[in-house]
Design a binder for this molecule. Structure first.
Ligand code: HEC
Ligand code: HEC
Length: 637
């Protein structure tokens, strides 16, 4: 009997509790997307990928713990092996989940958020097996991508998630800066009458900083138009509260019984919705996307518990406060004796499809994901950039934001900024001699929570009505008129454009602007052809790039080596392969003979288990059931 089969017998009881054990024990049933092998392995037992770019790790559910957690838990990885945590999080983003992992389960059903009629569902579900199938350009990174049926029949286009960790932290900062203006007595919420006529005006940069200064007006705190809701910009999702600041979950208006005021969530992600239809944090966004798109439900106390009943859930290991609006469907109310949640909300027989630890990792990947880059600033592009300001585009597409340094202990809660929580920054610049984009890894200490200047994001993160050509008629007939100013970083690589992807090129989407952007759109149309070309050249130069292929100084020696040596092997031109920065660097196989009899360089790893920490206590899964063995040790004994 092979060791897997004997364990399957031992774990027979486990299979009764939760079918995931049963499915994963059998190689026949496991339609695994993994290619852990190299040229020396039997390609049937161990599929290979000589390019080294497929998923390598067998799936094992990660275990969440704080920064002082035990070996192999997520906090331990963040502290001791941040690149491995990043790469494992990336694998969760690009992995095509199989039925054995619990993918799908309610296919064909409509699910999730409802629209304004309170009945029509916002989208279908269970349509793809991986984040990457939508976030596909560039492939293997947090790319932009497809348009699919969502909100309305004209659809929603997939945004890229480059730089999304900076955007997430900025979202929290904007929430605090708005509360600073409206919560005059600092009790954590805004009472009716407390600041009715005050406007929530936020500056993008500190007063003395260089750069283009813009004040963003996020609206008034009171209900001056008498529709029962605060007149804040719709990017602020309202949570109504009672006289003690506790959330009144069913309330929809300031006039509802028991409502004394409200607090806000800053919905920084997505194209724009009228109510809390997309999540405000990367963790909640991921949990929701896994559920809706791939039929994988997360069991995550961090997202699902609301200790003070004030709209805030827990804080993730990576340091992001969560909102209760992101709570997951699997609440873990019923657990088996191994501690595995038995709820299985989609009834496909696989339990705890996504763990808290898995969310830690996919959050870590997206939070640290490099930002978009900018091509060479030629005289033409420089002129185009100047026109962006002079014809008023940057009044909405404002270029830079200052991320304040973290200040968790400030006596004034509205100053408790998060700062920069990333462990590295990838500075990408165009080499003036060759025009080629080159990267430089700059390590950062995530626990220092330093300030950071977010450059060239080109958004005020407010919703605007940019005219009827953008209005979206939703499935239920309600009309969405306001959208988040689309951040323009990466826009040169993310066609088609607009929330619906209906504009196939940049010129078209700019001409489509009207409404609040009418004057600047008209000014654009009236420019000389050369000036318009200059603006388009500027925008085309705001690009995404493939992190795997970007020539990059990863070891900080000031140059990009043509023969970057890792673990004794020549990996070729230096580039950002996270595996080479692991605590135990991945050792590539090197030159092998391919089926054509030709010598090629194999990037498959010969030390996969060691590099990816497959023997660490909380990652080790000898029985291959997809759960680390340590979770069940006590039960097996
Ligand atoms: C079926 C296609 C599809 C899949 C699969 C998908 N996404 Fe998305 N994603 C979208 C679309 C469309 C948007 C824009 C949503 C909107 O505003 O309506 C988006 C937006 C996002 C954003 C917000 C980015 C921003 O700056 O606004 C994040 C973060 C994100 N997705 C993460 C994920 C993760 C993580 C997964 C996998 C667990 C995933 N997505 C799977 C289509 C998809
Ligand atoms: C009043 C605010 C406002 C002004 C002024 C404005 N825009 Fe926009 N812009 C938006 C909004 C909102 C969207 C998103 C529309 C949507 O979601 O469909 C957008 C979308 C875009 C897009 C598409 C981005 C994408 O990823 O799909 C481009 C390009 C763009 N704007 C360029 C410009 C240029 C160039 C100007 C100046 C001529 C300009 N905008 C002026 C608010 C504005």
């Amino acid at each position: 009997m092979n060791p897997k089969a004997s364990l399957a017998v031992l774990a027979g009881a486990a299979a009764i509790w939760c079918a995931s054990g049963l499915l994963s024990f059998s190689d026949e049933l496991h339609s695994s997307p993994e290619r852990p092998g190299n040229s020396g392995d039997d390609p049937i037992r161990k599929p290979k990928d000589i390019s080294g770019r497929s998923i390598k790790c067998p799936r094992v559910r990660a275990v969440s713990a704080g920064w002082d957690g035990e070996e192999g838990t997520t906090g331990w990885l963040f502290r001791n092996d941040p690149w491995m945590a990043y790469q494992r999080g990336r694998e969760e983003f690009i992995r095509e989940f199989s039925v054995a992992d619990g993918a799908f389960g309610e296919a064909g059903k409509m699910a999730g958020q409802v629209l304004e009629d309170q009945t029509t569902k916002m989208m279908t579900r269970d349509h793809v097996a991986s984040c990457t199938l939508c976030h596909n350009v560039p492939f293997r990174d947090g790319g932009a991508g497809v348009t699919f049926f969502k909100n309305g029949g004209t659809g929603r286009n997939t945004t890229h998630t480059f730089g999304s960790g900076l955007v997430e932290s900025l979202g929290w900062q904007l929430r605090l800066k708005i509360l600073e203006k409206g919560d005059l007595n600092r009790d954590g919420w805004i009472a009716k009458g407390e600041a009715d006529r005050v406007r929530a005006i936020v500056e993008n940069l500190p007063q003395d900083a260089e750069g283009e200064h813009v004040s963003v007006d996020f609206g008034a705190f009171g209900d001056l138009d008498g529709n029962g809701k605060p007149d804040l910009n719709p990017i602020c999702l309202i949570h109504y509260v009672d006289k003690d600041g506790k959330r009144v979950s069913w309330a929809r208006n300031l006039t509802d019984e028991g409502v004394a005021g409200y607090t806000i969530e800053f919905q920084i992600f997505g194209w724009g919705h009228r109510k809390g239809a997309v999540a405000s944090t990367l963790r909640a966004f991921s949990a929701n996307a896994y559920d809706i798109h791939t039929g994988l439900q997360a069991f995550d106390p961090i997202l699902s518990e609301e200790p003070n009943h004030d709209g805030l859930a827990g804080t993730s290991v990576a340091g992001m406060p969560q909102f209760i609006s992101g709570r997951t469907r699997d609440r873990g109310v019923v657990k088996d004796e191994r501690g595995v949640s038995k709820e299985d909300p989609d009834r496909d027989g696989v339990c705890e499809e996504i763990t808290s630890g898995d969310l830690d990792l996919i959050e870590w990947f997206q939070m640290n994901h490099p930002s978009p880059a900018e091509k060479l600033l030629t005289p033409q592009r420089r002129q185009g950039r100047a026109l962006m300001t002079s014809i008023g585009c940057t009044s909405c597409h404002l270029p830079d934001w200052h991320l304040e340094a973290g200040d968790a202990a400030n006596a004034d809660y509205t100053k408790r900024y998060l700062g920069d929580r990333r462990f590295f920054d990838l500075a990408v610049t165009a080499n003036p001699a060759t025009g080629r984009l080159e990267g430089r890894v700059e390590m950062r200490d995530p626990r220092k929570r330093e300030a950071f200047r977010i450059r060239g994001v080109y958004s005020d993160f407010a919703h605007h009505d940019v005219g009827p050509a953008f209005h979206q008629v939703q499935f239920d007939g309600s009309v969405l008129k306001k959208f988040r100013t689309a951040p323009l970083w990466g826009v040169g690589s993310s066609a088609p454009y607009g929330h619906d992807g209906a504009s196939l090129d940049l010129d078209e989407v700019i001409r489509r602007h009207g409404g609040e952007a009418d004057a600047s759109a008209k000014a654009y149309a009236a420019l000389s052809e050369a000036d318009r070309e200059a603006m388009l050249a500027f925008l085309r130069g705001l690009v995404l790039y493939s992190c795997d292929d970007l020539p990059c100084d990863v070891d900080g020696d000031g140059s990009i080596s043509p023969n970057f040596i890792v673990a004794g092997q020549d990996t070729g031109p230096e580039r950002l392969n996270p595996e080479w920065l692991f605590r135990v660097p991945g050792r590539i196989e090197g030159m092998v003979t391919n089926p054509d009899g030709v010598k090629v360089k194999s990037f498959a790893l010969t030390n996969l288990m060691e590099a990816y920490g497959g023997k660490l206590k909380w990652l080790r899964d000898d029985d291959g059931d997809g759960f680390p063995d340590a979770r069940f040790e006590a039960v097996r004994k």
